[in-house]
Write a protein that binds this ligand. Structure first.
Ligand code: NAD
Length: 266
């Protein structure tokens, strides 16, 4: 139910790539704190409609859905314009949409490179470019880019993902400096492995391929680089996004904040 003392009551939050995984968890967390949310992402229309309806029903806020493809700058601009036409301003922008492809660089398909750079990096540029004037007018805003441990360190065979996520760290710093005196903060959350349906789905095949137990796959394959040997959770990422969006985080800007169980401490 809506209540006046929720953390983000009456604010508008746009989360790209929020039809599953981390983005959906972030959107739900903001709705639980009273925000109106704009969902975005790919997927089955009926399933998306039921996710959207459930958010409104569970939290008493407005939830809209934009089918904008993050490959397409015009569709991104239209998504922001429609959100602003309905809600006035996007107060909090969460750039989360992302894809992966794993391959040695000499075999890396050119169209995969282009798509990963477009979705994981350039879409952040396009959303920020479109949403920032509204935030400036209001004198308040929060931009949170969901990057990755791969914005700080590399792994082989992930050239496009690592390049794009390092780019997100640079974009985060640059925009933070441009708006530092205008009540707007710009930060990135850099998770290691997060327990999402996507990660969970890899386990049975890996168990079969390597003749391992579920625990062995988690510990010795997926969490090889993560010293705590624990996945981060979607709720933990969402909690950090809520914190960064609050007024107590107004001094944090231009930062990439790791949530990687010690991965990048090595
Ligand atoms: P996911 O596959 O569950 O969700 C990705 C979302 O992006 C989906 O809603 C999907 O529809 C959307 N998307 C993909 N292509 C799109 C396009 N062209 N246009 C619009 N939307 C599109 O993945 P996730 O694990 O929740 O990842 C979310 C973000 O977190 C990504 O940026 C990813 O790089 C980052 N991340 C994930 C992990 C992890 O372990 N899961 C770790 C570090 C960083």
């Amino acid at each position: 139910m809506a209540s006046a003392n929720k953390l983000h009551q009456g604010r508008t939050v746009l989360v790209t790539g929020s039809t599953s995984g981390i983005g959906l968890g972030v959107a739900r967390a903001f709705a639980a704190e009273g925000a109106n949310v704009v969902l975005n992402g790919l997927g089955d229309a009926d399933e998306i409609e039921s996710l959207r309806g459930a958010i409104e029903q569970d939290h008493g806020t407005i939830a809209r859905y934009s089918p904008a493809n993050m490959l397409n700058p015009q569709e991104i601009a239209q998504m922001v314009a429609e959100a602003e036409a309905e809600f006035g301003t996007i107060d909090i922008l969460v750039n989360n949409a992302g894809i992966q492809h794993v391959s040695p660089i000499e075999d890396f398909p050119i169209e995969k490179w282009d798509a990963i750079l477009a979705i994981n990096l350039s879409s952040n540029f396009h959303t920020i470019r479109a949403a920032l004037p509204g935030m400036k007018k209001k004198g308040w805003g929060r931009i949170i880019n969901i990057s990755s441990a791969h914005s700080l360190v590399a792994s082989p065979y992930k050239s496009a993902y690592v390049a794009a996520k390092h780019g997100v760290a640079g974009l985060t710093k640059t925009v933070a400096l441009e708006v530092a005196e205008q009540g707007i903060t710009v930060n990135a959350i850099a998770p290691g492995y997060v327990w999402t349906p996507l990660v969970e789905a890899q386990i049975p095949d890996t168990m079969a391929a390597r003749n391992m137990t579920e625990e062995e796959v988690k510990r010795d394959v997926l969490l090889l680089a993560q010293p705590t040997k624990e996945f981060a959770t979607i709720e933990q990422v969402a909690d950090l996004a809520l914190y960064l969006s609050g007024d107590s985080a107004s001094a944090i800007t231009g930062s990439t904040i790791s949530m990687d169980g010690g991965w990048t401490a090595k």
